[in-house]
Write a protein that binds this ligand. Structure first.
Ligand code: F6R
Length: 615
């Protein structure tokens, strides 16, 4: 979490840094700050709250200079306060750093530095790192040419933990030093200017030429260019690439919130996930990025899907889809659990790590653990330049475009459709007939129009949200393929409205959850016309018998549902294996409208950040 932007060039740094921070605000937004170097020395402004607070402070105290660093924070160590905000300075007040990550041994280092006479103003791990770099800087001869670079490298050799960081020092005014371990850092290269940032969105408006630092890289930038070193003596240079990134993709256009924009983009993002991946002639899918031979695909006899949050829920949908269409046993595990336990996997088990950002610490931990044990790990991910994309043996990109809203929406449906493609591929290599393959392809191709039909009900869904706006608690129920959707619907509701919400397998209702049912607690039932319809109807009646309001997500044309539910949202009729991709959309809209009605900060809900890069 946390976002970093740094600039060294011939323009004023402050407006460029502020613009970059606004694009990175999804990474954390409880405080932010900027430090610049100019002829007058190091100047710094930092503020608790959203970036607007920093902008306001800068309006009355502008910072001038063409070298600067900046940061938007998601607190890990120390409360969200002005003083704990980044940049942090060393004891001399001449060195400033911005940092994304966690210094695990900061307690020990702090004690050692305190014994040397250093004192600390904040509760953060980052200040300890700043003081440590400052200590090394001050012990080096003042004539040392690479003094800041050497001080940063010395300090990093003493720490355990993760970092993407940038340091500047008043006594070396034309230099900034960046380093990475575990947290992303991108070098943006423009004519007469360089950027360092947590992700390309912060630099894309200024340069399309970028290089992603690797773990243990240290880059020193001055007015003539950059120089790369590595803490592990890795001699490889940086791989420079051109990014295909439209700044407009991260702009709102006519939508009031990114979440609504991204919900509506799903007609397109689904098509992007499928484009070029259907083999109509053979009635199968083609997924070249898997880097597996047909024989290797045939030999897979078990799949473990891992991820966090919404990505994990898409994995639960994937489990049902793959097992029902390809008959390959699948297990789904929270990445945070999988990484710590000793799962008995064998040679023919394929591990799939799912992540929109490709930077989620627990998902990366799970993938590294699986690879350490010799397993092949594939990724399903959106961020092409992410750590997950680089560390997996192959995978499938989502091509959903930037997902800015903290609440994941379009990434979920793209992940689910990729599981469908994978199931089609695996199934056609086993027992699915060409006719069955064709039916699946037709169902996939029908999705964009069906999603459009659902989106047309946005106003109706808003009226349901109005009706239940006073609810303190909600329950979401689904069976089989819809169970993951119940969890996802509850997650969306709680994360952006702060209403307590729980998702459960429908039949569990009777085993305890029914005690929560009362007239003020709406229950959302996912009950398309499938094999479980009658059972679901019974469960809805059990809730209504206890005066609990029932909202049903049901199949268009289902007349019977009116007997079981107070409010109904329809999805088009579709084969069972695609209904989760449809039924999730009303729940995204339900949570969205409820959050707007309640006046919540939809795109930046409290306490959250888009990319969870801490364990
Ligand atoms: C929920 C949400 C989170 C993420 C989770 C994993 O709306 O956004 O639960 O799904 O933090 O993130 P990625 O997919 O980036 O690994």
């Amino acid at each position: 979490m946390c976002g970093i932007v740094a600039y060294l060039g011939d323009k004023e740094a402050e407006p460029l840094l502020l613009e970059g921070l606004r694009r990175l605000e999804y990474r954390g937004y409880d405080s932010s700050g900027i430090a610049v170097l100019n002829g007058g020395g190091l100047e710094l402004v930092k503020k608790v709250g959203r970036i607007q607070q920093l902008e306001r402070a800068l309006a009355s105290h502008p910072l001038h200079g063409s070298l600067g660093i900046s940061h938007t924070r998601w607190a890990t160590h120390g409360k969200a306060t002005d003083i704990n905000a980044h940049p942090h300075t060393d004891a001399s007040g001449k060195l400033a750093i911005v940092h994304n990550g966690v210094i695990e041994n900061y307690g020990v280092l702090k004690k050692k530095l305190a014994e040397k006479g250093y004192s600390f103003r904040t509760e953060t791990d980052t200040e300890v790192l700043a003081v440590l770099i400052g200590f090394h800087f001050d012990t080096l001869d003042t004539e040392t040419e690479n003094r800041l670079e050497m001080a940063v490298m010395e300090a990093l050799r003493e720490i355990t933990g993760t970092y993407g960081l940038v340091a500047i020092h008043q006594d070396q005014p034309g230099i900034m030093v960046g380093a990475r371990r575990g947290s992303p850092l991108v070098l943006g290269i423009g004519p007469h200017e360089h950027f360092l940032a947590s992700d390309v969105s912060a630099v894309a408006a200024h340069t399309q030429t970028v290089a992603h630092l690797r773990d243990f890289d240290v880059v020193t930038i001055d007015r003539n260019g950059y120089r790369l070193k590595s803490l592990t003596h890795n001699k490889a240079g940086l791989e420079i690439s051109r990014i295909d990134y439209q700044a407009a993709d991260t702009e709102l256009g006519d939508f009031p919130h990114f979440m609504l924009k991204e919900i509506f983009e799903q007609t397109i993002s689904i098509q992007n996930a499928v484009r070029g991946r259907l083999n109509i002639e053979e009635s199968t899918a083609q997924l070249g990025g898997l880097n597996l031979t047909p024989q290797e695909i045939r030999e897979i006899d078990r799949i473990v899907i891992t991820g966090c949050g919404t990505a994990m829920h898409s994995g639960m949908v994937g489990e049902y889809i793959i097992e029902s269409l390809a008959h390959v046993p699948v297990e789904v595990e929270w990445a945070s659990e999988f990484r710590l336990r000793n799962s008995p996997l064998d040679r023919r088990t394929l591990v799939i790590a799912v992540s929109q950002s490709g930077e989620t610490e627990d998902t990366l931990g799970a993938l590294r653990e699986a690879r350490r044990k010799g397993h092949r790990v594939l990724g399903i991910c959106n961020n092409v330049a992410s750590t997950l994309a680089r560390e997996t043996d192959g995978g499938v990109y989502m091509y959903a475009g930037p997902e800015v809203s903290v609440a994941a929406t379009k990434s979920f449906t793209s992940q689910a459709v990729i599981f469908l493609l994978l199931a089609l591929l695996l199934g056609r290599m086993r027992f699915l007939s060409g006719t069955q393959g064709k039916e699946i392809i037709q169902a996939i191709e029908a999705l964009p129009d069906q999603i459009t039909q659902i989106l047309k009900q946005s106003a109706h869904i808003r009226s349901i949200a109005e009706k239940y706006r006073k609810a303190d608690s909600m329950l979401f129920f689904g069976r089989q393929m819809q169970y993951g959707i119940a969890l996802e619907g509850a997650l969306k509701m709680k994360e952006i409205t702060y209403i307590h919400a729980e998702g459960h397998p429908t039949a569990e209702l009777k085993h305890g959850i029914i005690a929560l049912v009362d007239e003020d607690t709406p229950s959302v039932f996912l009950c398309p016309r499938d094999g479980a319809y009658d059972k679901n109807s019974n469960n809805m009646q059990q809730v209504r018998a206890r005066k609990g309001p029932v909202i049903a997500v049901a199949t268009e044309g289902d007349e019977e549902i009116h007997q079981h539910a107070d409010d109904i949202i329809c999805i088009p009729a579709a084969p069972e294996y695609v209904t989760p991709i449809l039924s999730v959309i009303p729940l995204q809209l339900f949570a969205y409208h409820m959050a707007v009605i309640l006046g919540r900060d939809v795109d930046k809900p409290r306490n959250l950040a888009k990319s969870v890069t801490v364990p």
